[in-house]
Unconditional design. Structure first.
Length: 93
């Protein structure tokens, strides 16, 4: 069984509207604390100039407390990346 989550948005609705950002899918938002309940994780990331989105970076930074207490030790993890253009950073992802 798997559960699909999204990480919290870091931009305001006003900024997203000005950017013309598409609506977010209706997936629940995960918190770092919820990660303790799962056996493993697969992260899907878009690439922009060869780096992960700021939202994912912010989420990963929020897991420091879990790392400190070893709450994620032994959990399987993987990731995949996608970029929409040549030169979109796939060579560094």
């Amino acid at each position: 069984e798997c559960t699909i989550f999204q990480v919290p948005e870091t931009l305001t609705c006003e900024v997203l509207a000005k950017m013309g950002a598409p609506p977010k899918p209706d997936y629940p938002i995960i918190t770092a604390e919820q990660m303790e309940k799962y056996d493993g994780f697969i992260f899907g990331l878009s690439g922009r100039y060869g780096i992960m989105p700021a939202q994912m970076k912010t989420f990963m930074d929020s897991t420091g407390k879990l790392w400190k207490k070893g709450a994620l030790v032994g959990k399987a993890a993987g990731c995949f990346f996608s970029s929409g253009t040549q030169g979109g950073g796939q060579e560094t992802m």
